[in-house]
Design a protein around this ligand. Sequence first.
Ligand code: SF4
Ligand code: SF4
Length: 127
Amino acid sequence: MPQDADRNPAAPELFALVAAASLSSSQLSPAPLFDCQSCGACCSYSAEWPRFSTEDDAQLDRIPAKYVAANESGMRCEGVRCSALSGEVGKSTACGIYEVRPDVCRACMPGDDDCLMARRAHGLPTA
Ligand code: SF4
Ligand code: SF4
């Protein structure tokens, strides 16, 4: 997951953008924000995730082969945990391939349905 702080362990810039967006409107309830670098739940949720989807060959070629599943359908998992994830879920985590992570990893945002489902599964707060 993401090494910076936002969406999965990993995107500080995104985290900052989401926070800024939430604070910019007093008419909207701020979405729950979580620090991905102290979470990692969505990177350790299912052996079927993350799968490759809309990446082109050039994108996929940048992902180190050691992290790719044998059938090349997605990231290699150890149990339900993505092999690129380091650290302890719910405490401190990082994505070993943050800059070249799959598109589904980029799409998962703190506070969205998938995020909340993963956090719930790990017994982490969802609000
Ligand atoms: S590649 Fe793995 S560790 Fe990185 S963001 Fe995706 S699921 Fe998380
Ligand atoms: S489950 Fe949510 S808060 Fe946790 S790493 Fe994924 S996107 Fe971030």
